[in-house]
Design a protein around this ligand. Structure first.
Ligand code: 15L
Length: 275
C-alpha cells in the first residue's frame, strides 16, 4: 500500500479526501491544527510548513504528497507569503531532497478567476488570478512546472472549483466538485503512470461548467456527479450578487478590495494597455 502525505489535512477538503481515501492508502495527515475528524489507519504529524525542517521531516519516506496546506481563501499578504509561497516552496524542495517523485498540487479556480463566465477555458490558458490567494496558486503551478522540467518530478495540478457535499450557490453549480469525484482525481494523480506535469480542473461533470476538462478525461477521469441535480433548490435560494462579480469565474474574489487606479494612465497609453 502506498504511503501518501496530505498537508492541510485538517481543513474541509483534507477531511473529505481522508474520508474518501481511508483504507486505500496509508495516509499521513499533517497540519498545524489538530484533526477534528480521524479515520482508521491514518497517522498524524503536526507541522508548520513555513519551516523547512518541518517540511523535511514530514516528507521523508512517502510515495506521494498531496499539498493542501496553506490559506484556502484570500488573506493578508504576510499570511499568503508565509503559508502559500514559502510553505509551498518548502514542500516541493523537501520532497525533492527526500527523493519523493510525485506531488499533487491542489491549485484553485482563482488562478484563472479573471476569465469571463461566458468563456470556456482549458488547461492551456495563461493564468488570470483574481486575488493574492490566486497569485499564490499560480506560483505553485509554476513551481511544479520547474520541478518537473528541472528535477524530473511528477506533478499533478488540480485546479479545484469548490469541494462540498452539495453546491451552495449559482456560481458553485458551475465549479462544484463532489468528494467522491475529488477522490477519483487524486487517485489518478497518485496512480497514473504517465504524469510529468499536468493541469486538470477539479470539477464534477457539471452541466453548467465553464471548463474544457479534456486533459482530465484523457487521463481517465470519469466524474460521477453533476450539480444539475441540485440546481432547482440552489437557484430558488439565490440572492442577487454584485453585477461585476457575476461576470467573472472567480465571483466575489474578483471584486474584493477592488479600488479605482489611484494614478490613472495617461489617455494615449490606455488603449495599448487594455487586454
Ligand atoms: C477556493 O479556492 C477556496 O479554497 C474555497 O474555499 C472556495 O472559496 C472556492 O475556491 C470557490 O471559489 O468557491
Amino acid at each position: 500500500m502506498k504511503t501518501v502525505l496530505i498537508t492541510g489535512a485538517a481543513g474541509d477538503v483534507g477531511t473529505h479526501l481522508r474520508r474518501e481515501l481511508a483504507g486505500r492508502y496509508h495516509i499521513i495527515a499533517s497540519d498545524l491544527r489538530a484533526l477534528k475528524e480521524k479515520f482508521k489507519g491514518q497517522s498524524f504529524k503536526r507541522a508548520d510548513l513555513s519551516s523547512m525542517r518541518d517540511a523535511l521531516r514530514i516528507t521523508k519516506g512517502v510515495d506521494a504528497v498531496v499539498h493542501l496546506g496553506g490559506y484556502s481563501v484570500e488573506g493578508p499578504w504576510e499570511g499568503i507569503l508565509s503559508a502559500n509561497i514559502v510553505g509551498c516552496y518548502n514542500v516541493f524542495e523537501a520532497a525533492r531532497r527526500n527523493g519523493v517523485k510525485r506531488i499533487l498540487f491542489p491549485t484553485s479556480n482563482h488562478a484563472v478567476g479573471f476569465y469571463a463566465r461566458e468563456q470556456t477555458i482549458d488547461h492551456r490558458v495563461y493564468p488570470r488570478p483574481d486575488s493574492r490567494y490566486g497569485v499564490s496558486k499560480v506560483f505553485g503551478e509554476a513551481l511544479g512546472s520547474l520541478y518537473a522540467d528541472k528535477y524530473g518530478m511528477q506533478v499533478f495540478c488540480l485546479r479545484i472549483g469548490n469541494v462540498a457535499p452539495a453546491p451552495v450557490d449559482k456560481r458553485r453549480l458551475s465549479i462544484w466538485l463532489s468528494p467522491r469525484d475529488l477522490a477519483q482525481l487524486v487517485t489518478i494523480g497518485i496512480e497514473h503512470p504517465d504524469i510529468r506535469f499536468e493541469i486538470v480542473y477539479g470539477v464534477s461533470n457539471n452541466t453548467r461548467g465553464w471548463y474544457d476538462n479534456s486533459n482530465a478525461f484523457r487521463l481517465g477521469y470519469e466524474p460521477r456527479d453533476d450539480s444539475e441535480a441540485f440546481a432547482r433548490d440552489v437557484l430558488a435560494r439565490e440572492k442577487p450578487g454584485d453585477p461585476t462579480a457575476e461576470l467573472y469565474q472567480g465571483g466575489a474574489f474578483v471584486v474584493a478590495e477592488k479600488i479605482p487606479n489611484p494614478a490613472p494612465l495617461p489617455r494615449k497609453s490606455r488603449s495599448k494597455r487594455r487586454r
